[in-house]
Design a protein around this ligand. Sequence first.
Ligand SMILES: C[S@@+](CC[C@H](N)C(=O)[O-])C[C@H]1O[C@@H](n2cnc3c(N)ncnc32)[C@H](O)[C@@H]1O
Length: 207
Amino acid sequence: MDKNHSFDSVARYYDLLTGIVFGKSIRRSQTCFLNNLSPTSTVLVLGGGTGWWLKEFLQQKPGCRILYVDSSSEMLTRAMKAVGDNSRITFRLGTENSIKEVYEFDAVITFFFLDLFSHEELRSVIAKIKVSLKQNAHWLVSDFTNTTWWHACMLLVMYSFFRISTGLQNKNLPDWTEVLLENDLHELDQKMFYGGFIKSALYQTIE
Ligand SMILES: C[S@@+](CC[C@H](N)C(=O)[O-])C[C@H]1O[C@@H](n2cnc3c(N)ncnc32)[C@H](O)[C@@H]1O
């Protein structure tokens, strides 16, 4: 694995913990734009975690296929259990560096994944992912923002917690909206949750 952190240790209680801290905001932020994806999309999910929303998504989009990549085997095991037997989803233990597909996906979903990287790292991560996307592909993001003092306090606590529990090295929220923009991703729609601390946005690649 090319990142020296692992979410294995938190996989068991990750959803419970986020539910306690954020109530239903995280789940709402993750589902608010799923319906915008075409029912026949080929979708890349990166850093998907436990995948609590997958089963319903696959039922609602019977023509859709998913490549589900996560660097934690514990998270992947949970996501596999959540889906059950379904040939339309492929699970891959790996990172952004394990995606060898080129010009393959109609959409990519990154929920609380971009925040794992520093601003500089994110530049190369996003450029790498873009190679695997088709023209006019959608990019569905939910992640944190940092626009006021209490956002900064929450981020400090959260990055400290994940540094101790998973070994995550990144300490600061990257300006992910700026990096997406730099990579020619155009924002089609957005919604804010939890007092503006969580932003969900639907992007599209422009060539
Ligand atoms: C903060 S959790 C978010 C999980 C899920 N997307 C959610 O919103 O509930 C980050 C997830 O990304 C995975 N991860 C961390 N670094 C990764 C990488 N470089 N490539 C793929 N997955 C990664 C972790 O194992 C974890 O499941």
